[in-house]
Design a protein around this ligand. Structure first.
Ligand code: FAD
Length: 500
């Protein structure tokens, strides 16, 4: 007799949705989280009179009541919709390219995207229409062949899928367009994946344009912490247990099967299944242990590369956003149009105008997000964790504030008044992300998402009986994919428990 049906390690999006679904369907669940709040990246923290959103800039997959996206149904099923209020954003993004003195805002509506781009790039008018027509047709085929696993998938039925699914974004851009500025203007979502257009799977770019235009980008009142709290409530209201400040030190494996876990406090707790929201590296190397790692996993881990972490400035401003020139919720900032160089700059500790950045402001669409008359801004750039690991501890604080200063200097020509209105500021480095998430080198995107690492080539399997993985290390990162991953894992467990 085991203590629980399922033990879940980590209360990130994946762990929380897995726990909520399992508890709601009657499985006995224990969720263990090393931090003192639920959410992982999907959390908030307070400084002064501000409650800062840690991660969520644009939530995909929600859709409206009239046109629901895949995520809306999942959240409804988990009884959290009634506790949450979603805020629809009215910009897809604004892109600013300093070397070209260029800026443009796109709205989350495909016909407006096409119109706006055609006005700004009249010499590419037909190509723009052809490209977005193609993108929609292609992605419709991706949905059928890849997401819905159509058993009749064939090159005859899904010709675009077979021709383009393994192409890079750059290859497709080059097929349709001549103007390098236009290619840069439609590329910013590569920063949501962490690979520049030359490496990024075109399917990922198509998914984001299609998803955000059809189902719109959202934020929510109370930020992502409200969502994490609501999911945690579903677990406890359905007799599930959550223990915070309780990291897992070991997954017990006997005869290639999980038997339970050992907590950092030395408690041994048994279960039929273990679901891990910790990184895949931590799960196998630290928790399962070298003696039990299957050969196939060692090969997988050896051929994967850990993705970027983030360098983030969380700023509380003493004014409304328009006072400092912020007029859109999501703003991508590039030094120039060379995205490969921007990617290389992510391997360097210091920050300069080559760094790709995204500046998010929630108060434009939700004026109650910050205290009256104030607003908050998150300024993010992706950085690999390694350079930060070699900073000696006694130099860490100086280095962190030096980089924060460099970051503000980069955006100063675009937002000259911003620095004068900072009331509170907190700086997160890859070391901060490592501390709060427990992931190697503080990666916020799991492994790099090269085409060879997609489920086309590596199925999402943990190769130890009773062990399942959820979250950004077993698939794509982002709120929608990680929330979905929890439900997929829960369904698999429920089937094996005979409850579904
Ligand atoms: C700055 C930033 C901006 C982002 N912007 C967006 C955005 O706009 N839109 C979007 O869709 N996505 C965005 N993301 C990505 C998104 O937040 C993440 O992909 C998602 O939240 C990750 O969820 P996860 O399930 O992988 O869990 P994680 O958030 O990685 O959490 C894992 C949890 O497991 C816990 N854990 C680890 N090891 C152990 C252990 N041994 N024992 C117990 N607990 C353990 C950790 O403490 C943590 O709570 C952003 C992320 C960041 C950091």
């Amino acid at each position: 007799m085991k203590d629980y049906d399922v033990i879940i390690i980590g209360a990130g999006n994946g762990g929380l949705t897995a726990g909520a679904k399992l508890a709601k369907e009657g499985a006995s669940v224990l969720l263990l989280e090393r931090h003192n709040i639920p959410g992982g990246s999907a959390t908030s923290f307070c400084r002064g009179r501000f409650e800062f959103e840690v991660a969520l800039h644009q939530l995909s997959g929600m859709g409206s009541v009239a046109q629901p996206g895949p995520l809306r149904g999942i959240l409804q099923d988990l009884n959290v919709m009634e506790k949450l209020e979603f805020v629809e954003m009215d910009d897809l993004y604004r892109v600013q390219i300093k070397s070209e003195n260029f800026n443009l805002t796109l709205r989350p509506d495909i016909s407006k995207v096409v119109d706006e781009l055609q006005q700004r790039f009249p010499h590419e008018k037909q190509a723009i229409k052809n490209f977005f027509d193609f993108l929609y047709l292609f992605f419709t085929e991706v949905i059928g062949a890849y997401y819905l696993h159509d058993p009749e998938t064939s090159p005859e039925k899904y010709p675009l899928y077979f021709r383009y699914a393994l192409k890079s974004t750059q290859q497709v851009f080059d097929e349709f367009f001549k103007d390098p500025l236009l290619k840069a203007v439609i590329s910013p979502y590569w920063t949501y994946i962490g690979l520049p257009p030359s490496f990024m799977n075109f399917s990922d770019l198509a998914a984001m344009f299609f998803g955000f235009c059809e189902f719109k980008p959202y934020h929510l009142k109370g930020g992502s912490q409200a969502l994490s709290n609501a999911l945690a409530d579903t677990i406890t209201q359905n007799k599930g247990k959550i223990r915070y400040n309780c990291g897992v030190d070991k997954i017990i494996v006997k005869n290639s099967k999980t038997e339970g876990i050992i907590t950092e406090h030395g408690d041994e707790i048994t279960s039929k299944f273990v679901i891990s929201n910790a990184s895949k590296i931590t799960t196998y190397v630290d928790l399962v242990g070298a003696d039990h790692i299957p050969e196939v996993v060692t090969r997988e881990l050896k051929q994967s590369r850990v993705a970027q972490s983030g360098f983030i400035l969380y700023m509380g401003l003493d004014c409304e956003p328009d006072v400092v020139g912020i007029t859109e919720s999501t703003n991508f900032i590039f030094g120039n149009i060379d995205m490969d160089k921007a990617y290389q700059q992510m391997k360097v500790l210091d920050i300069n105008s080559q760094d790709a950045m995204v500046l998010s402001c929630y108060d434009l669409r939700d004026p109650e997000f910050s205290p009256p008359g104030a607003s908050q801004v998150a300024l993010v750039t992706l950085k690999y964790g390694h350079p930060w690991l070699s900073v000696p501890p006694e130099q860490y604080a100086d280095q962190k504030y030096r980089c924060a200063d460099q970051m503000l200097n980069v955006i100063a020509p675009l937002y000259p008044e911003l620095r004068n209105h900072i009331e509170e500021v907190e700086v997160a480095t890859p070391i901060t992300c490592m501390r709060y998430l427990g992931h190697p080198t503080g990666s916020i995107y799991g492994f790099e998402h090269h085409i060879k690492d997609t489920e086309n080539f590596i199925p999402n399997k943990m190769h130890i009986n009773g062990l399942l993985g959820v979250g950004g290390w077993v698939g794509l990162c982002g709120f929608q994919p990680t929330l979905e991953s929890g439900v997929i894992a829960a369904r698999s467990v429920l089937r094996q428990l005979g409850r579904n």
